[in-house]
Ligand binder design. Structure first.
Ligand code: AN7
Length: 363
């Protein structure tokens, strides 16, 4: 089926009318990939799937929310949009703004944005401003600017963003033919866990499934305000996308956790990198480090025997891989084996390949 984007696909669940100019890059319809190596870690018969949101047009889940936010901004007659970003929001806002003919301002924490994301914002013609500060400070700045000027904020505090992103839940149910039992997801500004929970609740009313998933959110250990219960002044993690100390949707994330009888936990950078490499080397999936946080959380629980309990052993788990690995090439290169170099000659190459005797030839 040809993909016309999430607004066309789920129009009746979204606040769009004939007057809404639909700005789409044909986002959504992303793969739900079985990950048997992860299921195996539990020692049970459970099934694990990866929702590969890196397959969206700008390489992250943000496109689901941005098609809505930019379409509604265009409908309202806005000329310019603004966002603070750890990278992916800015890449998506820049691309959809380009398509819509809007001016896009992005405010970034200087030096803390993965290279691919910065390249995207620049390439799509956004006006990029890097502040000497972190994401939380950037968010305060854009809130103030958007309130006092005729510029639309397209961070996830914009309700249209959440509306678009809730379609991820619809798609998972449509792809599985049921709801998952466990929904693993990284948590940064906490918009996405909010959106998925809203999506599951709304889709349940359509009668497509009866049991709600447990929402299992994961923060990086040194950027884990929700887990700790207080804002983090100087959040740290190599998963730069979720280096956020005071999430905008904090309360909503706690509601999703509590209503779903789920949890919000934390994983160390080491655990994130172990999951990142496992996905790349065993499942053939290259996601960015922040995305691997959901899988790191899954691996942590699997190792603790969490899924061994009778009622969980045939569960269906979905982990959201929120962004593509190519977003952060520096991290990928830093965490994997370096290329070897040698003279341009067969013998030298074979030596590095570890093949000693290549004299066997057919006569
Ligand atoms: C790959 O781009 O906040 O909990 O400014 O890029 O909804 O914030 C990105 C967040 C997870 C966390 N995975 O989602 C931004 C930004 C990736 C991300 C998150 C982000 P939220």
């Amino acid at each position: 089926m040809n993909n016309k984007g999430i607004i066309a696909k789920y129009r009746r669940y979204l606040a769009v009318t004939g007057a809404t100019p639909v700005i789409t890059l044909q986002e959504g319809n992303t793969p739900l990939l079985p990950a048997p190596s992860l299921a195996k870690l539990t020692g049970t018969r459970m099934e694990v799937f990866l929702k590969c949101e890196g397959a969206n047009p700008t390489g992250s889940f943000k496109d689901r929310g941005m098609t809505m936010a930019i379409s509604k901004a265009k409908e309202a007659g806005t000329r310019a949009v603004i966002c603070a970003s750890t990278g992916n929001t800015s890449a998506s806002a820049a691309a959809y703004s380009a398509k819509a003919g809007l001016t896009c301002f992005v405010i970034l924490p200087k030096g803390a944005i993965a290279l691919g994301k910065l390249a995207q914002a620049m390439m799509h013609g956004a006006k990029v401003i890097a502040i000497d500060g972190n994401f939380d400070q950037a968010l305060e700045i854009v809130k103030e600017i958007s309130e006092k000027n005729n510029i639309t904020l397209v961070n996830s505090i914009n309700p249209h963003r959440i509306e678009g992103q809730k379609t991820g839940a619809f798609e998972i149910v449509d792809q599985l033919g049921r709801s998952p039992d466990f929904h693993f997801i990284p948590v940064g500004n906490a918009g996405n866990i909010t959106a998925y929970w809203k999506g599951y609740k709304e889709y349940k009313r359509s009668g497509r499934f009866s049991r709600m998933p447990h929402m299992m959110g994961w923060q990086a250990a040194q950027s884990a305000p929700i887990v700790k219960g207080y804002p983090i002044k100087n959040p740290k993690t190599l998963a730069t996308a979720i280096r956020i100390g005071n999430p905008a949707s904090w309360i909503k994330a706690e509601e999703a956790r509590d209503e779903s009888k789920g949890m919000i936990g934390m994983v160390t950078d080491r655990q994130i990198i172990a999951a990142y490499r496992h996905l790349g080397e065993v499942e053939g999936i290259f996601c960015e480090p922040a995305s691997a946080a959901s899988v790191a959380g899954f691996m942590k629980l699997a190792a603790s025997g969490f899924f061994k309990q009778e009622s969980r052993s045939e569960a269906v788990t979905v982990c959201i891989l929120t962004g593509h690995g190519l977003k952060d090439p520096d991290r990928a290169v830093a965490e994997s084996a370096k290329p070897r170099t040698c003279p341009a000659d067969v013998k030298a190459v074979l030596k590095i390949m570890g093949i000693k005797n290549s004299s066997r030839r057919k006569r």
